[in-house]
Design a protein around this ligand. Structure first.
Ligand code: 4AZ
Length: 277
């Protein structure tokens, strides 16, 4: 299959940095070099449902094997992006990655606190479309339960948290600059849910992906600067205390006119036949 930018976003992090597309100077917002991009460090206690996906076998120990984000929606259920579970990323199908784990309750990847819990089962959305990037989610079942209080409610269809203009927060251990600066500490960035018309205009179809309002939402700032980035994939976008999106794709990070695109959580609920909140 042809490799496109959006799929490349979840490449092993060590490889990703070397080949990140450098944006035209004019497309780089002033804030792109601030610290997720344009964010701030947070303690995981402020978003205890945010987990790191890890495989030290595959990604090495320098960042505790972190390669994607995830979000706990139940004591033993974690959502992440389908593209994080691809063989191209993991080097093998997920059931053949024996040290696939989630790291929970830990802000600093190399610290000792929190839990590391084995992934017992992985279900990848069979309708994930690698051309548009639609349906980019997977469900992980954990071998042991997370502590009580570390899961988040999901926003069902029609929830006001999806409304354009809503302030939302994205969490992750991904690239903080858009050019391969991976952080060992959890960051968050505040972004605004954008109108579908804005997202469609940004991503009408092309090499990066195609915006589909039914299955995706997009969020960012008109001037750019704040965004999810490589390594944040699968992590949470939260508004009004509820999960509305999973980090999925986008052109670059923090570029004006290229908002981050997220898997729409209400569509995950419909696909799985889970109640709409
Ligand atoms: C990623 O690979 C990624 N700026 C996620 C979102 C965006 C870029 C990359 C959007 O995790």
């Amino acid at each position: 299959m042809r490799r496109r930018l959006a799929r490349a976003l979840a490449r092993p992090l060590a490889l990703a940095a070397a080949s990140t597309v450098i944006p035209l100077a004019s497309a780089v917002p002033a804030a792109a070099d601030s610290i997720v991009v344009g964010g701030f460090p947070v303690d995981v206690s402020e978003g205890p449902w945010t987990v790191a996906l890890s495989s030290r076998d595959r990604f090495g120990g320098t960042r505790a094997g972190q390669f994607c984000g995830g979000v706990a929606v139940g004591r033993t259920t974690v959502l992440t992006a389908a593209h994080c579970m691809e063989e191209e990323v993991l080097g093998a199908p997920p059931e053949r990655v024996p040290d696939l784990r989630v790291i929970a309750g830990r802000s600093e990847l190399l610290a000792k606190g929190g839990q590391e819990i084995a992934v017992r089962d992985v279900w990848v959305n069979p309708d994930h479309d690698a051309v548009t990037n639609s349906g980019d989610f997977a469900v992980l079942s954990l071998a042991e339960p997370l502590p009580q209080g570390s899961s988040i409610a999901m926003a069902g269809a029609g929830d006001p948290a999806y409304r354009a203009g809503t302030e939302a927060t994205v969490y992750g251990w991904g690239d903080t600059t858009g050019s391969g600066s991976y952080t060992g500490s959890l960051h968050a960035a505040r972004v605004h849910v954008q109108r579908d018309a804005v997202c469609e205009k940004a991503y009408p179809g092309g090499s990066v992906g195609t915006y589909r309002a039914r299955t995706m939402l997009c969020a960012g700032e008109a001037a750019g600067g704040r965004d999810a980035c490589q390594g944040d994939s699968g992590g949470p976008l939260v508004a009004q205390g509820r999960l509305i999106g999973l980090v999925s794709w986008g052109a670059g990070c923090g570029w004006a006119g290229s908002p981050g695109v997220y898997t729409r959580v209400s569509e995950i609920l419909s696909t799985l036949g889970w109640p709409q909140g």
